[in-house]
Ligand binder design. Structure first.
Ligand SMILES: [Cu+2]
Length: 153
């Protein structure tokens, strides 16, 4: 009996050890480019650091928007356009920047366009159900926009 009990305790300790070693992914510096109240689409940016597991992001979500997509700005025939990203793979330990001219979140169909300094609750989501919640802060539209973020599809 005593041997069996010791064995169970050892298993429990091993499971705990694995949990503490797991590093979750982290989103930092998340912000949304402020836009006029009539805007139908806004752009969001962030830094994503994968933990010690690789990530396969397929979706995003932001409160107060009908849909949020992961996009990437690409140059095609000398013109900047953007594409929806079906799957964004991030290796374990890697960091991806969502920044003007590259990856960005496309926040569409706002219930009401949030004002400067507002906080918007968002999440990045993967196929396997992993959810990475974060809060994005709206930066004033006055802080302009040298590149012009036109929405081309
Ligand atoms: Cu876009």
């Amino acid at each position: 009996m005593r041997i069996a009990l010791v064995f169970v305790l050892a298993l429990g300790a091993a499971a705990c050890g694995q949990q503490t070693a797991e590093q979750p992914p982290v989103v930092s510096d998340a912000w949304i480019r402020g836009a006029p109240p009539t805007a139908t689409v806004l752009a969001g940016y962030l830094r994503l650091a994968a933990g010690n597991q690789p990530l396969q992001l397929t979706r995003a979500r932001c409160e107060g928007f009908g849909a949020t997509e992961i996009h990437r700005t690409v140059m095609q025939d000398g013109v900047a356009g953007m594409r929806a990203v079906e799957r964004l793979e991030v290796g374990s330990g890697d960091t991806v920047e969502f920044a003007p001219g590259g990856y960005h979140l496309m926040l569409m169909r706002p219930v009401a366009v949030p004002e400067a300094d507002a906080s918007v609750a968002c999440a990045l989501l993967s196929d396997d159900g992993t959810e990475i919640p974060f809060v994005a802060v709206v930066r004033g539209a006055a802080a302009e926009d040298s590149e012009g973020h036109e929405h081309h599809h």
